[in-house]
Design a protein around this ligand. Structure first.
Ligand SMILES: Cc1cc2nc3c(=O)[nH]c(=O)nc-3n(C[C@H](O)[C@H](O)[C@H](O)COP(=O)(O)OP(=O)(O)OC[C@H]3O[C@@H](n4cnc5c(N)ncnc54)[C@H](O)[C@@H]3O)c2cc1C
Length: 359
């Protein structure tokens, strides 16, 4: 049986392990002491069918059935609303069309989201089928499936050396463990280009961008549980309920080097001010904050499949802001390409995801 080594224990690597394990001897190596420590532990946990460019939308659609049904499903109702001030009417119309939102009256909007400030906001649009995605459960489901089919998942195993052998790869961890495989899957998130360089292959300009999040308190007499995910027009901020509080993101996109990201106080303050303008409830207390890296290829589509210079090196990278919602289809595609099977996605989508598009 052929052996596959996977570098990275976020949603990309874990879902790839689950898809490959029935067919190959799989070893996943994660540098941190726990899985999903970086981007995959810091997301907004949404499944938005129309979020992303046309290629991402195709992956979202192809992932929907898995998210709804596999292992009992990971989705629950949330709804998505966008609001805009009177000066942003054109952007509001364009974003609504892109995200598949229907315009609603301000009365309806205030009924769905009681803290809406109708003095400053003039437009609202909504779709009901936006869902919360239980990211922990999705990771557990893929990890359990991978292990049940024989995959080895090792944490605290940071790969520091990669050598090309005659027929495959040898990787060495910082602790000196050596692993060999016929295929090497690069699911290293923000470090995808670092791993490619280690393997002697060209970087694909996968750029990490920091995105921050604040968890803010709401008055005890408010019950936000049924409020929608709300987006400021132009993705200028967004918020959603979280266990009696609200998480608010400035929707920042600061390019950074790969790192353990932290939120910047000024970015949080400016983002909370943009959010504050749209609501009647003042921000009184920040309960926590964090940041994660969303790592994009230049054209903002994922990079899935064999490297053009070496087909035994497979990219599973560039998940950007869509790594959870696209994971079922992206991991299936990765496995189909690794195993020489015909993928279910259409030819245009395959081309748009292929690492060869940068060659
Ligand atoms: C604030 C925020 C909100 C988001 N909201 C959503 C959302 O609502 N819906 C959605 O679908 N997506 C969302 N995302 C995006 C999503 O979180 C990411 O796309 C996804 O987590 C990326 O997964 P990954 O496995 O590629 O990367 P990561 O989770 O970062 O995993 C990569 C792993 O590789 C490991 N690694 C790197 N180098 C090595 C090495 N040399 N040896 C061993 N291990 C190595 C790292 O330690 C890391 O754990 C959001 C992201 C952020 C930051």
């Amino acid at each position: 049986m052929s052996r596959a080594l996977i570098i990275g224990g976020g949603i990309a690597g874990i879902s790839a392990a689950a898809r490959l394990a029935p067919h190959l001897e799989v070893t996943l190596l994660e540098g941190e002491n726990s899985l999903a420590y970086h981007a995959s532990g810091r997301s907004a946990a949404m499944f938005l069918l129309n979020y992303g460019n046309a290629t991402i939308k195709a992956l979202n659609a192809a992932s929907a059935d898995h998210h709804h049904n596999a292992d009992g499903g990971v989705l629950s109702p949330r709804g998505m609303m966008m609001v805009a001030g009177p000066e942003h009417a054109d952007a509001f119309r364009a974003d609504s069309a892109d995200l598949g939102l229907d315009e609603i009256t301000m009365e309806e909007a205030a009924r769905l989201w009681p803290i809406l400030n109708r003095q400053t906001q003039a437009h609202a649009a909504y779709r009901e089928d936006a869902q919360d995605l239980d990211t922990d459960l999705l990771i557990q489901n893929f990890a359990r499936s991978a292990r049940a089919q024989g995959a080895r998942i090792e944490t605290g195993a940071r790969v520091s050396r990669i050598e090309r052998l005659g027929t495959g790869w040898r990787v060495t961890t910082e602790a000196g463990q050596v692993h060999e495989g016929d295929l090497l899957v690069n699911a290293a998130g923000a470090w995808a280009d670092t791993v490619a360089r280690m393997a002697g292959l060209g970087p694909l300009q996968i750029q990490p961008y920091r995105r921050s999040m604040a968890r803010i308190a709401l008055p005890q007499d408010m019950s936000p549980a049924a409020w929608p995910f709300v987006d400021g027009v132009g993705e200028s901020w967004y918020c959603k309920p979280d266990a009696g509080a609200l998480i608010v993101s400035p929707a920042d996109e600061e390019p950074v080097v790969p790192q353990d990201a932290w939120a910047d106080d000024m970015v949080l303050a400016e983002g909370l001010a943009r959010y504050q303008e749209a609501v009647t409830q003042p921000v009184t207390r920040m309960l926590a904050n964090w940041a994660g890296l969303r790592s994009f290829a230049p054209d903002r589509a994922l990079v899935i499949g064999p490297d053009p210079q070496d087909a035994t090196f497979l990219w599973c990278a560039g998940q950007g802001g869509y790594g959870f919602q696209t994971a079922p289809a992206a991991s299936q595609l990765l496995a189909d390409l690794a195993l020489g099977l015909t993928p279910a996605l259409d030819a245009d989508t395959l081309r748009a995801l292929s690492p060869a598009r940068f060659a």
